[in-house]
Design a protein around this ligand. Structure first.
Ligand code: ADP
Ligand code: MG
Length: 341
């Protein structure tokens, strides 16, 4: 890229709205590297995600909204670790520097960066197909990060917010015929757009659950697949390695939004809510001794926190109907799912 074009890019990523001060940041963009200094007694928590055009977001996506999604999905990973944001870096590949596109992208990014007190401290800008990589840096008091590996037999399984909205939103964005779009009024459309492009990163929930949750992760691929990661990671950590860990989920307890109930056909609702992905809510395992404290903490934050099941020593994830019968929840490969009921 020519020098002038680099200067243009820096105009949009070197703004005070993005490069604002943070107690832990000693040096932001402009030098060969940024410098962060964490207070004593904290661990650095890092996560990186790339979003490619036409793979992770539709071509011609609105740059303001796209920027927000890119940063929020990364912040969601910090939330799932119980970490507090410190700063982020941005590697962006652009087909051609378009001032209007960059101004909107920069503003969208700045709004989220400020809301989460997470300044941009550096990055890299190249030419190529549109691709956005963000690395977030967070901090957590030493040893207090929420891992996937702490769940145990008897823990309760909770989720924040509602499930399925991210997947329903994708149907809407892709004009998927399965969605009953006639049922959507302006408010519902707004809500779906927000579910996809502006999901809440549950930072305050993650922080409040430190010391209470035995395991947590954010639901990016769908509850069925993500909870399986917790079971796998936690069984491996168990002292008795031969012990299996499973989970029983109550399908009627899965929290669904009014918009979801209106626009997703009944026959698709459970499968979409369990396996659709893109929700960025937290799935949290809580030992019985900490359940009331966790519930109180989420109520104090005004975050819906729903008990959906239980960790046990069974095989895999099962759905338990009101009659008490259990049915295995089977996953058929990436993004292909079937719920046998
Ligand atoms: P170098 O050649 O040393 O890698 P660059 O030209 O890539 O330097 O970047 C110069 C400065 O601009 C660095 O401080 C870098 O962090 C910053 N920078 C480049 N692109 C971005 C971006 N997209 N967002 C934020 N900072 C950026
Ligand atoms: Mg560089």
């Amino acid at each position: 890229m020519a020098q002038g074009e680099f200067e243009l890019i820096r105009r949009y990523f070197g703004t005070p709205e993005l490069n604002f001060a943070h107690d832990d940041v000693l040096l932001g963009p402009g030098d060969d590297a940024a410098i962060v200094s964490l207070p004593a007694g904290f661990n650095l928590v890092m996560s990186i995600d790339t979003l490619n055009e036409s793979v992770h977001f539709p071509a011609q996506a609105d740059p303001f909204l796209l920027a927000q999604r890119c940063l929020l999905v990364n912040l969601s990973d910090l939330a799932a670790m119980g970490a507090e944001p410190v700063a982020f870096t941005l590697a962006i590949s652009l087909p051609s520097p378009d001032a209007r596109w960059l101004a909107a992208f920069s503003q969208g990014l700045a709004a989220v960066a400020q809301a989460y007190k997470c300044p941009l401290i550096g990055g890299d800008t190249t030419r190529g197909p549109l691709s956005i990589t963000i690395q977030v840096h967070g901090k957590v008091p030493s040893g207090q990060a929420l891992l996937r590996s702490g769940a145990a037999d008897g823990d309760a399984v909770y989720v924040t917010g509602e499930l399925g909205d991210g997947a329903a939103a994708l149907w809407w964005l892709l004009a998927d015929g399965r969605l009953n779009s006639a049922a959507l009024d302006n408010t519902a459309r707004q809500m779906l757009q927000q579910a996809f492009y502006q999901p809440d990163a549950r930072i305050s929930a993650g922080i409040a659950l430190r010391g209470l949750a035995s395991a947590a992760l954010d639901i990016s691929d769908g509850l069925a697949s993500d909870l399986a990661h917790v079971l796998e990671a936690s069984a491996g950590k168990n002292a008795d390695v031969s012990q299996t860990l499973g989970a029983v989920i109550d399908p009627d307890a899965i929290p669904l939004s009014d918009t979801f109930l209106k626009c997703v056909p009944k026959s698709e609702q459970l499968a979409l809510a369990l396996s659709g992905g893109d929700d960025y809510e937290l799935c949290v395992c809580v030992p019985p001794a900490h359940e009331s404290a966790a519930l109180a903490a989420m109520a104090a934050l005004g975050i819906r926190f729903t008990h959906i099941g239980q960790i046990d020593q069974g095989m895999g994830i099962r759905l338990q109907t009101s009659s008490g019968q259990q049915h295995p929840l089977s996953l058929k490969g990436y993004n292909h799912f079937s719920v046998q009921l």
